[in-house]
Structures are given as C-alpha cells and as structure tokens.
Design a protein around this ligand. Sequence first.
Ligand SMILES: [Cu+2]
Length: 687
Amino acid sequence: MAQIKNQFSVCNNSHIPALLHYVQKMKATLFSFICLCPFAISAQESPNDSISNKILDEVNIESKRSTKDVARKPLTSLEGFLEGNKSINLVRRGAYAWEPFLNGMSSERSVITIDGMRIYGACTDKMDPVTSYVEISNLSKASIHSGQSSSVGGSSIAGNLDLVRRKGNFGEKNFKSSVFSGLETNNMHKILGTSIAFSSPKFFSDFDLSFRDAGNYRAGGNQEILNSQFTKYNTSAILGYKINAHQELEASVIYDIATDIGYPALPMDVSLARAIIGSLEYSRHHISHHVKLWKTKIYYNHVKHIMDDSHRPDVPIRMDMPGLSSTAGFYSFVQGKSGSHLWKSTLSGHHNNSYAEMTMYPANPNSSPMFMLTWPDVNTNYIDFFIEDYIPLTSKLKSLFSMGIALHNNTIQNELGINSLRIFYPQFQDSKNRLLKRLSGTLLYEPGRWNISLSLEYGERAPSVSEGYGFYLFNSFDKYDYIGNPEMKNEKSANVSGKIAYKSNRFSCKLNSSFFYLSDYIIGIPDSSLVPMTLAADGIRVYTQIQHAQIFNSSIECSYHFHKNWVWTSSLSYRKGVGATIGNLPLIQPFSYSSEIRFATKTFDIEAKFSGAASNKSFNPNFGETSVKPYSLFDISASKHYKWKNQRLNIKIGAENIFDVKYTTFSDWNRIPRPGRNFYVNLIWEI
Ligand SMILES: [Cu+2]
C-alpha cells in the first residue's frame, strides 16, 4: 500500500490521504495507471533497500530509491540529489544553485514547480533556478514528467519537474522531531537543522529549519577555487486543518535566504538571493460517484536577487544588478472516474512580474553611470486548461491520453524598456498574446515481467522573459551580450519516447530513449552589425529561431542481486543534439557511466562507486565550448543506524573523488574544475 501511495503521488502531484481510500478500491487498475507515468515504474524498492534516512524517506525520483540513493548523502544539496537522475543534467556556475537541464534542454524549456506552484527566478544570469529555493530536508520527492506526459505544470518542451515537500497527515496525536548535522571537509561545508512534526485527528504541522555555510572548495590537486563560498538559511512550514471528514485546508510558507554566494564561473557573485513562497489550499474528496477529488490552491511568491562584484578584484567596471520577480497564481484540480476511465483535469493560471536593471559605474569618476533595464518590467499572464484520461484496454494493455491548452500574454510595463527594445524592433507591440497547445498519447504493454511503453507527443512554449525581452544580457560562457526578440513565434516540439523494462527477482534492467524534433528552435545568433555593451564581450547575439533542432536521449540501467546482502548496479547514458545551421547544440552530455556495488544489512551498509564520462566530442566552439577530457571517479560510503526506545541515530560517512582527480565536465560553465577529494559525515538524530 505504501508503495502504491508513493507511486500515485508521483503521477498526479497530489498527496491526499483520503485519496488512498479511492486507491484501495481499485488498487489493481490504478497500479497500472500509475505505471504509465514514465518514472513511476522503477520507484519500487528492492527488498534489500533499507534506506532508513528518514529525511529522504519518501523521495522516489525515478529509480533512485533502489541502490543509488544510498550512495547519496542524506544531507546533500537538492541539486546533488537531482543529479542522480538520468533525465537531468545540472549546469554548474559554482558550488551553489545549479541549473537543471531536463532531457538535455535548458531550464527555459521545462516547467519547474514547488508543490505545483509556478515560480520565476529573478536573475538574468540564471544564478537562481527554482530548485535553489527548496532544501533537501523538506523535500518529499521530485516528480519528473518528460515531454508532455502528465504536464499539469503547464506548457513546456522538455517536461515538468515538481518538487513536492514533505508533510504530515491527520491521524493519532503524535509528535516527532529530528536534529541533523553534517560536515564536508573539502569546503568546510557545515550543515545544521531541525524538523518538527505534529499530527492529530484535526490538525497537523510540519516545521523545518536548516542552515548551510561553506567556504571555497578545492579542486583536485588542492587548487582553491576562489569565490565558491555560500551561506544559506531555509525555513519551511506546512499547517493542515481538517474541516470535516471530506474537507481540508492547508497553509504553507517557505522562506529561503542565501547570502555571500560566489559564482567562480561568472564575473559576478550574489550578495542576496531571497524567496518568500506562500500558499493556501482547499481540498474536498468524495464529491460524487464520478468526482473523487477537488483541490484548489492559491499562492504568491516573491524573489529578490542582488548581484555583487565588490569582492572581485579585477573587474573593469563596477556594476549593480538587482532583479525582482513576483508571481501570484492558482490551480484547481479535479480527479474522478467514469466507467473504466480514470480522468483528471486542471485549470491553472498565474501572473508574474519580472524586473531587472543594471547600473555600470565607470572607473573615471567624471563619467556618469550608465543605466539599463535588462528585464523591462515584463508581466506574464498565463491561463491553462489540462485534461488526462487513462483507459485500461485489456489486462495487459493500457493507454493514457492528455491534452492542454494555454493562453499566454506578455506585456511590458516600462516606457524606457519599450523604447530601448524599439531600437531593434521598431514595430514591436508592448503586449503579445500566444496560444500554446500540447498533446500526448501513451500505450503501455505489460506482459509478465516486461514493461514496454511508447509515447507520441507534441508541445509548444513561449519565449522566456530573457529570450523575448532581455536587453544586453552578458553570457560569460560564449562571451556575447544577448538581446531578446519579442517577435519570435512559439517554439514547438514533436517527440517520441519509449521504454523497455524487465524485472525478475534478482535482476532488473530498463532502457529509456526519447527523440525530440524541435521546430522554430530559439537560440542566440551573432549579429555583427551591433556593438556589445559589456567590455569583455566579443559581440552580440540576438535570440533567433532556427528551422529545426533534434535531441536524442537514451539511458540504460541494470541491477543484479547476486546475494541477499549484495547488489550491483550499473548505468550508461548518452545524449546528442544538433541544430540546423549551427551544428552541435551546446551543453549536451557525452557518454557517461557509473557502476556500484553495495553490501547491506538491516542496520549497516557500505558501498563503492565508480563513475565517469567520455570526452565530449560533440561540443560547439561557437558557443564557448571546449573539449573536456574523459575522467573516472571513485567514491565510497558507509552508514550505520542505532535505535533505542523511540530514538534513532543515523550516521553516514563517506569519501568522494578518493584519488583527488582534477576534472571538469561538459556542464561546468567556463570549465571551472569540480571538487577534489572530499570526506563527509552526516548525522540524523530522530527523537
Ligand atoms: Cu544573478
């Protein structure tokens, strides 16, 4: 049952205990339904998988609950956790806030939500992806939907990533708390936090507080990477109130603040990155014979981002670059059953305002500072309707269809911003409407131990605020200033994805592949007639659409229990991306591999891991990319649990990059090397 609950919530982003009632009724059918969700199948835990790190108890991102999770640190960063998923790459600009690439595509091409809430970062340089505002200690799971399948979050190309926070249930009176602490030697990263949870028949509350502080890290060979420090505080609270047997209210808040964050791969650091995220949710179940659940949420969030170059000794010109983003939104979700059909439908909408400016202070005090609006006070209004229908055709064959339609509007508020962009686009209108459509069909065939699925999908997206309206945004990787283009069409994608999985008692294996054909692909193309603003820039790129681009993703992952305490797991993954007229797409993962062996008993486990990547032969020098050497890394970790009365202590120790290899990967911005040897200890004490 617990398994079903977990998998169910992977599919529909909901976490409603009452729904379990419903689930119980049609367990068998629903189980299959759940399995149509591309990443749910592999969420089953192996018998030996006694991950007792409560902090990540419910996390079931793809197959990572198998052996992989154990190798991960319970108190790793959220990005460090996501990195274990085969469909995600993380682009690193420093030790903090990495940008998630889903299916080999940049974050503009996916929708990332926190508990279904839309949040827009406030940084023109992508230093603050949405994932940077959640802590691993308050994460329940990361639900990943590739392509258009279950794309409740909204129109996208690459897919949806929803970060679902941990929260309690109504039930018997219970009080639980934990204290956690960690240390990493490489950058003296200190982690400290506490979680407190209370539940009762009519009320529950979850409160979480954490603190992280890290100095500069050291690459292999003891090379200090300057400006790679950070400090972060995160508070999260969720309160639930049961109005009656079928109605519930829930309020939630996140306050996340990071200060003194270094970005060694960028010319500037961040003195403040702050997000306040709040929501109120009403849910009602068992409404009628056909309608099982109705859930409505309203939310608001505000993000403030202050870039800072005062710690950099060598800047040619001092700059102030603040960015602000506020989003107010709602979603209303209905789920039910008609005959053999299981359906769900969502109406959602949000309003965002994004504003960023830049003031440059010339070294000569007699010259006056130069001011620019880099995001010219852009409003985004978005309303979306989505439906999904699951139909079991036979006992072994199932289908899932979904479609969505959205209205998207961008309006520029600021007169100076409008006039600035009219230098390049004299005819452009300060308001633009778009219609965004998406469609998905999946067939799933499950004969015995096999599980085979095939999906055909179509999706569209609007240009992001930077792509549409960005004004002289400096990209320190390719050394170009970028200018947005408000007159671009929607980017479109037709994609096909398939999976073959096999599972026996001891052996399991799965192969995932997808192919995206994108038309009107948005990318910056140099315009030699324009002069850059940034002193270090080589030229200007204007966001333009090329006729088409193609991205192929594939991964294979197998595990074998060759003894009751021993399991071996290995994986391979590969991507390839090309665009018409430009050749290889930038930041595409080369052939990568990992292999690990683990010994586990009920209270103890030890694991050794070998991982690495081949050189990136398909890089594109026109986008600042250089070749990356192949590398291999060795990690080892062990954990032990102690239990007495109601208390429990979990100790995890480990060593990463044991041979202190100096390496850089395809996703390291400006090829800043990654950390060298690191020893860590994580302690979780549950009371
Ligand atoms: Cu920034």
